[in-house]
Design a protein around this ligand. Structure first.
Ligand code: KG4
Ligand code: ZN
Length: 340
């Protein structure tokens, strides 16, 4: 049997410090340190994020190596996120990866964060057979920073078909959560409240955007004016209607996502779709997208633990690039904004 390729993956694009180790597509370990420090500020503070990465990265690496049961010298390449993300945060992961590459004399592999999210569907966790999406497929990337429909022709070839013209789906959740007085990130809190509410109690207008592009900023503004109106009549309106507001707002976001992906499958005739990014953890998103299989669309929902930022997806994307010998020079730079 040929030897497996051991890859070390590093993810530090935002506020999660993560290190993973894989053997081909098999995940051996995936350690994530979340940064609680941002909660009190209602959003990620870039300077605090990069400082926390510096503090966390060595203990996270040690734990990942321990859990994987490999020796440092077994590692054959180091893959890291080179963007998009917060520049200071990316720099920590990039510098650390370069140091490992130099010290162990192994190839360095830069990974686009969004490609990592998309390829998270190829992570294998046990020797059992697992279903992977065929190529080409469509990937709906729904995160805090991005909302895109991408045609994935193979693990190296990504074509953007649609994108948001303003806010991302995750921002639509987080900004609404702020209006409702929730903490950050607000998406999971809206999800929880929505499960107890009536999704058809209130109606919010859906944006009119051409093709398979998205827009979410108008939806958030319509919630803002709706709340202002209602609070003028009843100062306890939010408290008394929280679950129904959340359920109705969430339903609108999910309907927008479903309408656009259906359009994309019709336009491309590609009937396999994958979801990825933090918003794909949303319970209503998962429920409604799973239903699409009834209309002949094959849907891949990521495991919850791989929806948010993690290094497992970076290690697996690194493995694909390793097979193609797509290595990076030591002077490679991370970029806050970088296209897929
Ligand atoms: O992919 P991710 O972890 O980070 C980025 O790359 O942006 O996504 C974070 C986003 C946040 O906006 C968060 O509110 C949202 O994902 N999110 C959710 C849920 N879990 C995370 N949104 C709605 N429902 C959820 N259950
Ligand atoms: Zn992400």
């Amino acid at each position: 049997m040929s030897q497996k390729v051991i890859i070390l993956g590093i993810e530090s694009s935002c506020d999660d410090t993560s290190v993973a180790i894989s053997a081909n597509c098999m995940l051996l370990s995936n350690v994530v340190a979340n940064q609680e420090v941002h909660k009190q500020y209602g959003g990620v503070v870039p300077e605090l994020a990069s400082r926390s990465h510096q503090i966390n990265i060595i203990p996270v690496l040690s734990q990942a190596i321990k859990e994987a049961g490999v020796c440092v010298t077994d590692i054959q390449a180091v893959a890291f996120t080179n963007g998009p993300g917060l520049l200071g945060s990316l720099m920590v992961g990039a510098s650390f990866a370069k140091g490992i590459s130099l010290a162990l004399n192994i190839p360095l592999i830069e990974i686009n964060h969004l490609q990592g999210h998309i390829l998270s569907h190829f992570i294998q966790e046990s020797n059992e057979e697992y279903d992977i999406p065929e190529f080409p497929h469509l990937s709906l990337v729904i995160s805090g920073g991005h909302t895109q429909i991408i045609q994935v022709n193979d693990p190296y070839n990504f074509q953007i078909l649609g994108t948001t013209i303003d806010d991302a789906a995750g921002e639509a959740f987080d900004k609404a959560a702020k209006l409702l007085g929730f903490g950050y990130p607000g998406g999971p809190i809206i999800d929880q409240w929505a499960s107890k509410g009536d999704p058809y109690k209130f109606h919010f207008p859906k944006p009119v955007v051409s093709g398979i592009n998205f827009s979410f900023s108008g939806l958030k503004t319509s919630l803002l004016y709706f709340l202002k109106d209602q609070l003028n009549k009843d100062k306890d309106f939010i408290i008394n209607n929280l679950a129904d507001i959340c359920a109705s707002y969430q339903r609108t976001i999910v309907e927008i996502l479903i309408e656009k992906i259906i359009k994309a499958t019709e336009q491309t005739k590609i009937k396999t779709i994958t979801l990825c990014g933090g918003v794909s953890a949303n319970s209503e998103v998962r429920k409604q997208f799973a239903k699409l299989s009834e209309s002949g669309i094959k849907v891949f929902l990521p495991k919850i633990k791989f929806t948010t930022d993690n290094a497992a997806m970076i290690a697996i994307a690194g493995y694909f690039k390793y097979l193609n010998k797509q290595f990076s020079a030591l002077d490679v730079n991370p970029y806050a904004k970088i296209k897929i």
